[in-house]
Design a protein around this ligand. Structure first.
Ligand code: SAH
Length: 218
């Protein structure tokens, strides 16, 4: 079993290294140049923690006039999204294998218009709360990254994480634009289901969603 698993992880690494035009495997601290990544200069939206990548791939197909960057830290996971890009390459989608903590180092400030967080890891233990992607430390990272009126879109089925995220957003004095505690029975339409969303909603869990923006600093 262990041998098989290692072989698979090796396979993932090889596949990533063989497709540098689809997935950027960031190993240095240089800033990325969007001009080198995308054919067209157009607004940029990112998703952090893309998992197997269905959401961002579908979105990129639907919105060719937006450039999308899908961030995921694990080789063994991002490789699933990479397989989708290999089957159907999209000029406006690049995958980026890094930890979200590296965003301030590699993405230029005030260049992204929207950040999607779909089913982020809940990190239930209090002592791990700094790792939650809606912790105020990350809200600061997104604020620096986003352009004026930039948006955060978050979905989860985890009530504790959702309530925590609302508190952090309020603490950070952001403006809440939409909130629903039952997305699939709400009037929010054109929802693209993520892999986790499909799995957990099939189990009967309600899906929570919020959208928030940073208020203009006076
Ligand atoms: N968005 C997908 C996957 C959710 S699971 C879906 O809804 O189906 C959360 C994902 O976020 C995992 O794949 C995990 O590896 C990734 N992730 C968690 N913390 C991260 C971080 N700090 N930087 C990048 N990716 C992260």
């Amino acid at each position: 079993m262990i041998v098989l698993r290692l072989r698979y992880i090796d396979g993932a690494r090889n596949l990533i290294e063989e497709h540098p035009h689809l997935v950027i495997d960031k190993q240095d601290n240089e800033k990325l140049y969007y001009e080198d990544m995308f054919e067209k200069a157009q607004p940029i939206h990112i998703e952090i923690g893309i998992g197997k990548g269905r959401f961002i791939h579908t979105l990129a197909k639907q919105f060719p006039n937006i450039n999308f960057i899908g961030i995921e830290k694990f080789d063994s996971v991002i490789v699933r999204a990479l397989e989708k890009s290999i089957d159907e390459p999209l000029p406006n989608l690049k995958l980026l294998r890094v930890d979200a903590g590296a965003i301030p180092i590699i993405l230029k400030d005030h260049t992204v218009e929207r950040v999607y967080l779909n089913f982020p890891d809940p990190w239930p233990k209090e002592r791990h709360q700094k790792r939650r992607l809606t912790n105020r430390r990350f809200l600061k990272i997104y604020e620096d990254l986003l352009t004026e009126n930039g948006e955060i879109h978050m979905k989860t089925d985890n009530k504790t994480l959702f309530d925590y995220s609302l508190e952090e957003i309020m603490f950070y004095d952001m403006e809440l634009i939409t909130i629903t505690r039952d997305l699939h029975n709400s009037d929010v339409n054109c929802n693209i289901m993520t892999e986790f969303e499909e799995k957990y909603s099939k189990r009967g869990n309600k899906i929570f969603k919020l959208t928030a923006i940073y208020k203009e600093k006076k």
